[in-house]
Design a protein around this ligand. Structure first.
Ligand code: FMN
Length: 513
């Protein structure tokens, strides 16, 4: 059913009312057959383009060709190369700035500006809520504003912070008709209504007053901010790699879309707010399903991590390419370890998930490193950390002495905090080992991954996209979109009563331009 770029005629085949399909644009229809035993025309479907699967205003507003976003992947796994390739193909890519030190974010900006500046191709950066490092979040938001970054993906926000509000509001101005326009676009990634609500409503008055008093926004911007939501692109994230509530997209998307409708009506916004879909999208059928739920755009993550442009090591990509859908596990998150927050990671080929759980269990059971019984300590040292508690202690202390000495002061007074810092040493490094491809730590690789990866692998088996060396972010995207258009076409025809074989819903990957 790949011929979705041409009109299709749906014809009645027989007196019993059976319906058939005329492929191509030149089928003779009843009227042209002058009363001969003809196939009466039931319906004509106009052409369908992958570009049209989402909300047309997405492409118009952001300057993309397709309603498709490559999501940010922390620690630079969504590389500048990935973002540049996406931009040149008419997609919107977000650089994975989370977890990177400020100078590396600056460096990435330099590269992106050099490659894409002035081309009109859109690209964006990630701004992650950093409750432990509010100064860094502020500094990065400030950097984005100074450097004229027009698209920011806001991640991990449970509530608004001055940094994200300032980024959104500092881009507001009016056009000749007095309509509020934006220079800065926030893509808010959410998986719960209560978080979505923050981004779907205008900035809180108290926060605007605070920013105004500090001279971080102008009086005009503060006034305009009352007429628009913080974000006009809300990404609903279902069961995904990394941080996830593991919601079913079919359950959560309609809830957020309805909330968007209610809040848009309540506030009387002048422009529609787009709701996009992320999480679990790794096949044409799932992308088609997201669009048929009403998604204005789709966001992929896990599948791009296995592409050649991703910053993950070759070994890590090979492990991803071998994953099946169920080869994922939830594991303690490095950044919110003490709170029991988890991330979804790859299970096959790495012991990270189970090893990290052993650290969490020890953290919960004991008051500090010195309270861990000798046998438990020995097994954690040997089987998980690979080094002694004392070595981890020394390394961790040296790390925080440079980064934030107050952590060491707190650790000296509270052995439980010291234990958390030491265990987080392992959780933090395990991601770096996977990125670098550290051969001695292969079984400790922490690779964020959702079920979309295994679904993708099953779909591309036997095709040119099977080998990770062939996977480019653009071929992945074009095939997902092209396939989603074919599936959508098959479904359209089915709803006209035409007998559509199961094969019509299958789309095999092929090199696409
Ligand atoms: C390795 C990896 C790192 C990620 N890092 C971030 C991040 O730093 N910020 C963010 O907003 N989302 C992050 N995500 C989520 C993706 O941007 C995307 O929303 C998600 O992966 C989509 O779901 P999927 O994995 O099922 O495709 C990450 C995902 C992966 C797989």
């Amino acid at each position: 059913m790949a011929r979705f770029r041409e009109p299709l005629h749906v014809l009645r085949e027989s007196a019993q009312g059976r319906v058939g399909v005329g492929l191509g644009g030149n089928v003779l229809v009843a009227a042209q057959l002058n009363g001969h035993a003809a196939y009466p025309l039931v319906a004509t479907l106009p052409p369908l383009f992958p570009e049209w699967l989402g909300d047309r205003s997405f492409a118009e507003t952001h300057g993309t060709r397709f309603p498709y976003v490559t999501g940010a992947m922390a620690n630079g796994i969504a590389t500048t190369d990935l973002v540049i390739a996406a931009a040149r193909a008419g997609l919107l890519g977000f650089f994975g700035a989370a977890g990177l030190a400020y100078p590396r974010v600056e460096e990435a900006l330099n590269r992106l500006e050099a490659a894409l500046g002035g081309s009109g191709a859109p690209w964006g950066m990630n701004l992650i809520h950093s409750p432990n490092e509010p100064a860094l979040e502020e500094a990065v938001a400030d950097l984005y504003l100074r450097r004229g970054v027009t698209h920011v993906s806001a991640a991990a926000y449970l509530a608004l912070t001055p940094a994200i509000v300032r980024y959104a509001v500092a881009g507001l101005h009016t056009d000749a008709a007095g309509k509020v326009q934006r220079r800065t676009h926030v893509f808010a990634k959410i998986s719960r209504p209560e978080t979505a609500r923050h981004f779907l409503t205008p900035a809180p008055a108290a926060m605007l007053e605070g920013l105004l008093a500090q001279g971080k926004i102008t009086a005009e911007q503060a006034t305009l901010a009352r007429r628009v939501p913080i974000a006009e692109d809300i990404t609903v994230e279902a069961d995904s790699g990394g941080h996830t509530d593991r919601q079913a997209l079919t359950a959560v998307f309609p809830v957020i879309a309805q909330l968007r409708d209610e809040l848009a009506a309540e506030h009387g916004y002048e422009r529609p707010i787009r709701v996009g879909a992320a999480g679990g999208l790794g096949t044409p059928r799932s992308v088609a399903a997201a669009f048929s739920l009403g998604a204005a755009y789709v966001v992929t993550g896990s599948v791009n991590q296995s592409a050649i442009e991703s910053g993950l090591s070759a070994e890590g990509k090979r492990m991803l390419a071998g994953a099946e859908m169920s080869d994922v596990i939830m594991a303690p998150a490095a950044d919110m370890f003490e709170q029991g927050v988890e991330v979804q990671v790859l299970k096959r080929g790495t012991m990270f998930g189970t090893r990290a759980h052993r650290l969490l269990t020890a953290y919960r059971n004991y008051d500090g490193l010195d309270s861990v019984p000798a046998d438990v300590r020995a097994s954690l040292e040997r089987q998980v950390l690979g080094v002694s508690f004392d070595e981890v202690r020394a390394t961790t202390k040296a790390f925080w002495e440079e980064r934030d000495p107050s952590q060491n002061v707190q650790a000296a007074a509270d052995p439980k905090h010291e234990m958390a810092l030491c265990f987080r040493w392992y959780l933090g490094l395990s991601s770096r080992w996977a990125i670098k491809g550290e051969p001695t730590r292969r079984l400790d690789y922490q690779i964020w991954c959702g079920p979309a990866m295994g679904a993708f692998n099953a779909w591309v088996r036997g095709s040119f996209l099977e080998a990770p060396e062939q996977r480019t972010v653009v071929q992945i995207a074009l095939n997902l979109l092209e396939g989603a258009a074919a599936v959508t076409r098959a479904q359209q025809l089915r709803t006209y009563g035409a007998p559509i074989p199961a094969a019509a819903f299958r789309f095999s990957p092929r090199p696409l331009a």
